[in-house]
Design a protein around this ligand. Structure first.
Ligand code: TYM
Length: 323
């Protein structure tokens, strides 16, 4: 089945991105899977050009270190395939201002800044273009992207009804656990690249001592009972979901093994360190060879273009653009 997903190169990748999305990408990679670093999306917020440049390469190296294999799947940089921006314009012309301005992420981000960029509003249309260009059946993402996926489906259906059956209607896929990893210090807020308390996010490249410190200091509650219950124990339940995702067993089962928060935190820290340490090591090796990274993404863009270009031209033709 055709798969497409993307990640923004803004900020360092955290375990929310890893567990919510990237781990699913690694597990479902195949020649039919396309993964992109969405550098155009990163331009919707203020970012220094030199920082964007570095972080795009960092992001490519992190994805490879996490386990993506360019011999199996296609990894590319969004702006290297010009059809994303081109289809996005066509789709903007079948989207309404009203539906875009109702998007939760837009409202949250726009609230935090005066004079936000138009791109922040039209961002989900570019995301729809990313997905529809590849006729993706499945889109593995964290829970926060669910609304954007719904919008993509609506845009695709509207386009198909108006101009003919060009686009496949995609489904979002969320992992069974850790689809929404919360901030370790404020477990009612999502772990995020843009806003985060200093101890709130665990990054893929964190030192073991920092991982341990962050987990030990994670906010829980004043009771002493280890129970998986988001309503009354969000901090502990967040740790249990993270544990569940790293270990591959149910959070309730993990909870039943512990009577003390401290023991659970110690074991979770050891497990996270065991998984992330080799990723950080591979990252450092890969990042020290930018020429090889560039070759990988150039080849990826070529493969991606072969799939994306014909879909773009069919959509343009259906809308009446002279070919
Ligand atoms: P981005 O870059 O914010 O996040 C990348 C992926 O990580 C997931 N994620 C989380 N999952 C669980 N818990 C969290 N705290 C958490 N934070 C982030 C996101 O759900 C996402 O899957 N708009 C997208 C990028 C994008 C895209 C696409 C995705 C652009 N085009 C096409 C899929 C298909 C975004 O900003 O993700």
């Amino acid at each position: 089945m055709r798969i497409l997903s993307g990640i923004q190169p803004s900020g360092t990748m955290h375990i929310g991105n890893y567990l919510g999305a990237v781990k699913q990408w690694v597990d479902s990679q195949s020649p039919e899977a396309f993964y992109c670093v969405v550098d155009l999306h990163a331009l919707t917020l203020e970012i220094e050009p030199s920082v964007l440049r570095e972080q795009t390469t960092d992001c490519v190296a992190s994805l490879l270190a996490a386990g993506l294999d360019p011999e199996i799947c296609t990894l590319f940089i969004q702006s290297h395939v010009p059809y994303h921006a081109r289809l996005s314009w066509l789709l903007e012309c079948v989207s309404s201002y009203g539906e875009l301005s109702r998007m939760t992420q837009f409202k949250e981000k726009a609230e935090r800044q005066e004079g936000y960029r138009v791109g922040l509003l039209t961002y989900p249309v570019l995301m729809a273009a990313d997905i529809l260009l590849y006729s993706a059946a499945l889109v593995p993402v964290g829970e926060d992207q669910r609304q954007h996926l719904e919008l993509t489906r609506n845009i695709a259906e509207r386009f198909n009804n108006r101009y003919g059956e060009i686009f496949a209607i995609p489904e979002g896929v969320q992992p069974p656990a850790a689809a929404r990893v919360m901030d370790l210090q404020e477990p009612t807020r999502k772990m995020s690249k843009s806003i985060s308390s200093p101890l709130g996010s665990i990054y893929l490249l964190d030192e073991p001592a920092d991982i341990e410190k962050k987990i030990k200091k994670a906010v829980t509650d004043t009771e002493n009972e280890v129970r998986f219950d988001w309503e009354t124990k969000p901090g502990l339940s967040n740790l249990l979901e993270i544990f569940s995702s790293f270990e591959g067993s149910a959070p309730e089962l993990i909870a039943s093994r512990y009577t003390r928060y401290g023991d659970l935190k110690n074991d979770l820290a050891a497990l996270v360190i065991e998984v992330l340490t080799p990723i950080a090591k591979r990252y450092r090796e890969l990042r020290s060879d930018p020429v090889s990274l560039r070759t990988i993404v150039y080849q990826g863009a070529e493969k991606a273009t072969e799939v994306a270009a014909p879909v773009y031209y069919r959509a343009a033709d259906a809308m009446g653009l002279v070919q």
